[in-house]
Design a protein around this ligand. Structure first.
Ligand code: UD2
Length: 320
């Protein structure tokens, strides 16, 4: 195995591959694992640089030990990232998102890595009425996915407290951008809507469309991960930080913006509200600003423009 300073789990996924690309650009040595359950080989092929890749499952402890050996930082992005999928299959969600995370932590502890940074989820907050959500609010997860992701955070903190393994949990707020998979019924809403609208297909809004999200462009999440690796341990180890833009938009407003960007002139279908869904989501990002030096670099509208541009190219490429 080649030497590496960073291990990315879920490296063939949307966020994992974007992280890998940025690290390679910075001249870092990157290793990655993926089981291709939701990741995509094309995302790896697009990386312009050498990565040390292994096809492996988080549940394979020996493979995780091998993957962690010699690395300084583990960026744990691998997950089954879907609220509705977890409502259908809570056992599968728990297995990957909880058991897989514990396995990885044991491997990271034994390999004596410097730090593990974890892709936590804003879903931990649930439907608590207070906005914006800040990290010292009591979590109130609704879906099995939210419970699993929150459990992962608790394991992170536990491994810091019990074994001194430095961990940082980043509560991602609806990350979107190029390479997010649009093709599954469980795909993130922006990936789905953008591709549907570019193809002239009618998107479906679940519920009245007045639900709101703090949609966060992927480059901001990448930046937060890199900052989380280097921030002083006494300020961040064992802790949880929101990663978002601190702005929220409703789905109806988003649909209108996308009509402008995609030239889709049709309407949206309104379907039933989705089980396990949260109504409003907005982050207070001051803790990440203070301790990680995090500031969102790309705002929602700019992120949306870049993302639509990317999918447009993909779709044009598919036609040729
Ligand atoms: C949750 C987390 C997010 C991340 C993600 C992983 C919250 C607030 N956010 O995202 O941080 O962990 O899970 O998947 O818990 N929708 C439609 N039509 C569609 C698809 C979705 O109307 O075709 C709606 C959906 O009902 C929801 C909103 O769009 O109200 C966003 O859904 P999503 O699946 O993109 O993300 P969400 O909020 O469950």
């Amino acid at each position: 195995m080649a030497m590496a300073r960073y291990l990315i789990t879920g490296i063939a996924g949307f966020i994992g591959s974007t992280l890998a690309g940025e690290l390679l650009k910075r001249g870092e040595k990157v290793r990655g694992v993926d089981n291709f359950s939701t990741g995509n080989k094309e995302n790896l092929a697009e990386l312009s640089g050498e990565i040390d890749f292994g096809e492996a499952d988080l549940l394979d402890l020996d493979a995780m030990k091998l993957a962690c050996s010699g690395v300084d930082y583990v960026l744990h992005q691998a997950a089954i990232p879907s609220v509705p999928k977890s409502v259908l299959d809570p056992i599968g969600s728990n297995r990957t998102n909880v058991d897989g995370t514990v396995n990885l932590l044991v491997a990271a502890r034994d390999a004596k890595v410097k730090r593990v940074v974890y892709a936590a989820s804003s879903s931990a907050y649930g439907d608590t009425p207070t906005l914006p959500k800040h990290e010292d609010m009591t979590p109130d997860p609704i879906s099995p996915y939210a419970v699993a992701k929150l459990t992962g955070e608790h394991y992170m903190t536990s491994f810091y407290r019990c074994y001194g393994l430095e961990t940082v949990s980043l509560r991602y707020f609806n990350i979107f951008g190029p390479r997010q998979d649009p093709s599954s019924p469980y795909s993130g809403v922006l990936a789905k809507f953008i591709t549907q609208m570019l193809k002239g297909q009618q998107p479906t809004i679940f519920g009245d469309g007045e639900q709101s999200r703090d949609f966060t462009y992927v480059d901001n999440a990448v930046e937060a991960n890199l900052l989380a690796c280097k921030a002083p341990g006494e300020q961040v180890a064992g802790k949880v930080f929101n990663v978002a833009t601190g702005q929220r938009v409703t789905l109806n407003e988003t649909f209108k913006l996308l009509q402008g960007l995609t030239s889709y002139s049709g309407s949206a279908i309104h379907g039933a509200e989705r089980g396990g869904d949260i109504k409003h989501s907005l982050a207070d990002i001051s803790l990440a600003e203070k301790h990680l030096g995090y500031k969102p670099k790309v705002n929602f509208e700019e992120g949306l423009r870049r993302t639509v541009g990317w999918y447009r190219e993909q779709i044009a490429g598919d036609r040729h």
